[in-house]
Structures are given as C-alpha cells and as structure tokens.
Design a binder for this molecule. Structure first.
Ligand SMILES: [Zn+2]
Ligand SMILES: [Zn+2]
Length: 265
C-alpha cells in the first residue's frame, strides 16, 4: 500500500509544470496519507531561473493544506535546498524564517554546473567526476542550516556518459563510508529516491549503498519519487518498500514541523 511521497515538484520549480491541486488529487487517488511538495531552491544555478519566490511559495502551499486535508492527505510544506557553499548564509536565513516542515538538502551544482548536465562530466574521467560529487555531498552534511534528509545520494550518475554509469561501492568505499557514518551521526534521514529511469537499479542511492547504511547502523530512511509530474507520484513505492524490508528496515521516517516520526514499512 502506498503511504506517502516526500519529494515532489510543481510549477514553482523551473523544471516542472505540475499544477498543485492536480498533484494533491492524484495523491488522494493513490491513497497517500502524506505528501511533501519540495520545490527547488538553487539560487546561484544558471539553470534554475527564475529564482523561487519563497514567500509566495509558502503562502500558496499553506492555502492548499485545507483542500488536501479534505482529501485525507496531509500536505507537508517542503523545499529541496540546493547545497552550495557560497549560498550557505542565504539558505540559512530562508530555513530560519520560513515554516518548512521538511527540508531536503541536495547537491546538484559543483563549480557552477549542475552535474545532471553533460558539460559537468566533460574532461573528467568517471572517478574524478564522481569523487568531486561525493566530496561535495560530504561537505553538505555540515551545512549550517537545519535540514531533514539527504537528497538522492548518487544523483551524479543520472546522465553520466560513462559505460556503465553505475559504480561499485568498493570503488568509492572510503568516501561513501565517511558520508554514511556522518549521516548516521547527525541523525539525518537517507532519502530513497526513485527518479532512476535509465539506470540499472530502481533507486538512488544504489542497493549497495542502502545496505551499507543499514550495516553501519543507519535506520532513518524515507521515500521520495522526485516526481516532476503527477504521473510519477509514488513511482516504485512498493518496490522500495520491499527492498528496505528485505534489508531489515522496519520503519520509514516522516518529518512534520521538523519533527521526525515513524511509520511502519
Ligand atoms: Zn534534486
Ligand atoms: Zn527534486
């Protein structure tokens, strides 16, 4: 049974045209109890224009809480913060001043380029390309603002030109262990993201990474489809639930008012 989706985009994001009302109605149809809308805030990105109007965004989402409730959907006000060291103080201010329930901290951009785009990989081999991304992820865990979850760990591979795009855990063991241990130590949630079209596995991060997280003691996981349109809402939720159960996880973690609570997988 599909229960929730904590990573979705609407027409407040530069790369989505999804209407909010339609997304909520789709959530109702699928039987979701919790829906977080988490539009992008990547301020310095040359790709993410125009900048998200945070006040208007929050007010709009708040105005939909009642409608969602009538559909038995708890609407969570979320945001996907693009981690960029140069934007730390601005991100900090936004997180402090606006009533977000749930904040995903995501690395998209490295040295001014979103690593989703082929230009990011140009002139780099797979190791240096992925290593720079993982180092930025490690850095992002110490972001000087509150965040709830670590978004799509492994995003760099999505449109990478290497064959295969996928990596083995052992190739990046040192840095990945550091990342996972720090996520656990900081009690952050590891997002299991299913925007993995074209990849060999249905999730980002990969199965090996999720398993290692569990082995190291990580228990805080959540689900996000990263849907940019309503059709992708809760995409592969059942598959993820089975994967997590098989590994040994018993609960999903959901965040409301920045407080975590658990629901059974
Ligand atoms: Zn993202
Ligand atoms: Zn996203």
């Amino acid at each position: 049974m599909i229960k929730f989706d904590l990573h979705t985009h609407t027409n407040f994001s530069f790369d989505s045209e999804q209407d909010i009302c339609e997304l909520i109605l789709r959530a109702k149809k699928l039987g979701l109890k919790y829906l977080a809308i988490t539009d992008h805030f990547d301020n310095s990105s040359k790709y993410s224009t125009p900048e998200l109007d945070i006040s208007r965004y929050c007010q709009t989402l708040e105005s939909f809480i009642g409608l969602a409730k009538n559909q038995s959907v708890n609407l969570l006000i979320g945001i996907e913060m693009g981690y960029m060291p140069a934007q730390n103080s601005q991100n900090e201010e936004i997180v402090r001043n606006y009533p977000f329930d749930y904040i995903i901290n995501s690395v998209h951009e490295i040295d001014g380029i979103d690593c989703y785009f082929p230009e990011y990989h140009q002139g780099k081999d797979k190791r240096s390309s992925y290593m720079a991304y993982f180092e930025r992820i490690l850095d992002s865990l110490d972001a000087p603002y509150y965040y709830s979850a670590v978004g799509h760990l492994g995003y760099v591979i999505r449109k990478a030109p290497y064959n295969p795009k996928e990596y083995k855990y052992c190739e990046f063991e040192d840095i990945l262990d550091k990342i996972l241990k720090k996520i656990i130590q900081k009690q952050k949630i590891l997002e299991i993201n299913t925007s993995a079209d074209g990849l060999q596995e249905p999730t980002i991060p990969s199965l090996e990474v999720i398993k290692r997280y569990y082995e190291l003691g990580g228990r805080l996981v959540t689900f996000g489809s990263d849907a940019h349109n309503a059709q992708k809402l809760a995409h592969n939720f059942e598959t993820v639930s089975k994967i997590l159960k098989d590994i040994g996880f018993k609960y999903y973690t959901i965040t409301k008012n920045r407080q975590n609570f658990e629901i059974k997988i």
